[in-house]
Design a protein around this ligand. Sequence first.
Ligand code: AHR
Length: 631
Amino acid sequence: MKHVSGATLKRSIALSSLVLCAAVLPAQRASLTVDTSASIAPVSPMLYGLMTEEINYSYDGGLYAEMVRNRSFQHRGKNFASWLPASRGNGSVEIEGGTDGPSTALPTSMKLTIKAAAGEQAGVANTGYWGMGVKPSTTYTGSLYARPDGARNAHILLIADTSGEAVATADVALEGTAWKQYTFTMKSSAKTVASSTFHLEILFDQPGTVGLQLVSLMGPTYKDRANGNRADLMGMMADMKPHFLRLPGGNYLEGDTIKERFNWKETIGPLVDRPTHRSPWNYTSSDGMGLLEFLEWTEDLKIEPVLAVYAGYSLKGEHVTGAELKPFIQEALDEIEYVTGDITTKWGAERAKNGHPAPFPLHYVEIGNEDFFDKAKTYEDRFDDFAKAIRAKYPKLQLITTMPITRGNPDVQDDHYYRSPEEMFAMAHMYDKTDRKGPKIFVGEWATRTGSPTPDFGAALGDAAWMTGMERNSDIIIMSCYAPLFVNVNPGGMQWPSDLIGYDAARAYGSPSYYAQALFANHLGDHTVKTDATGLNSRFFWSATVSTADKVLHLKLVNGSSETQQLTLNIPTASARKATTSTLHAASRWETNTIERPEAVKTVVSSADWKASLPYSVPGNTIQVIDIPLK
Ligand code: AHR
């Protein structure tokens, strides 16, 4: 039997009242019969994955462990948002744009003119992404580029907003008059477990000028990766048992204009060589999360990338065809080589230079994103040109089209659905009749959208109904991923309501939809089996898959109505051993989780004896996954 695994699924509270009902059968009782000896179709081992892009402060102010906001005064200009003057005593500071910087990519800086008498200090403070999260006894790793007008000390402090107390400090001795990078670490003596009410100060105690650029402070990272990701959010993703990461978008791939596309070559190498870029979600990305960091994210979760390459169309309508498309096709070929090439190739060698000699696995490449928005209707031509060039060099890659097309012979088609719970209920059977001769399906973005910033329980019900349909049709639906994945829940953090996981600088929580997905992905067989149902309400959905090796039926039941569904469950091959039931239930479809009430809705696990036929009841507003051992 498969074990319920992951921190999110560990709660074990008896739910006997939800499970077995010893009531006498009414004459017209509804029933569900599962014949596990009748295999219907294979289930794709890649069915559940993750989709990502820079939206809702997903990386900057989210997954990426950087705590300093606007660390390089993005975008190549005099933009000091989130930076404020700071002082001790009567010290003061003038902040202006510096006309030089440490690199071609970052050619400007922040110039401080310090006035400080003996015993005084002045400099700047950074307020982070709606505050900084600081934990007790934790080491923070920092760095900055500075160009002083002579030797001087920088005093770096993490300060508690509420008390003004410094909870971590470091002193850095600056030298010379040229740009140079300095590094430091600071250990926190904060007493609270986690809060986002801290800020950073960089102070100087002698008068004069200092240029600053790329000021960074990283919190602890998952698997201690340098320039890595927040451990709590990575852990939550690991608990979802994903198999792939679709990257880097979404609209983020395309940009509003060609210039603002995800230009991967400008996102690799030392941070000081990354110019940053404006994203279509209306803020500038630090590009600390560049192509290699995306790939390392997949490596850390032991999943594979599904790489979307820019395909010559941007959101405001700019598009490129014919000979002008060639540089973009080359850009995609180079990108694939960067991901998969060994170190004897040009871009494989570049990846090794960036710190990762081993190539990454890659089986799927998506050409563009949502190209049905291209009013000039150039996608068929663009797809064809990309596909020919990619197949000539990489014949084994599976190519994904972003819309139905008649040329180019795509292997897979990416379908996107953002819908209400009612629509998801209505769509749960839409793939049952899909022609099996066409391309395979990748549901590359989908979500039931009620609730903000994260979906409510009604949305989780819509999601669960939809997932039963994807599992039943997983012979054709080979991959799927919910979108968007992340949202910073602070006011101004969200561009797209209804996102799977919410957080601030210190805390994170899963929406009911998050728990539903984790449940479905953690309990999935390798093939579907025959089911017959009668008399169930019109908002009742189910999926029956069997894990051959474990000899377990994973029966998923979704009651999207508010009324209890009584039924008889007939499973002739069920053994008499105990079954494990994981239940997600809410009293109302409006119930939800928030940053303050993170576990109002969560998975509850129980176990019960099972037999070949039994009366059963599923309360209204309930999602259940039952792992039933087979004879
Ligand atoms: O997931 C949010 C956006 O929805 C994606 O960026 C885009 O592909 C879709 O329109």
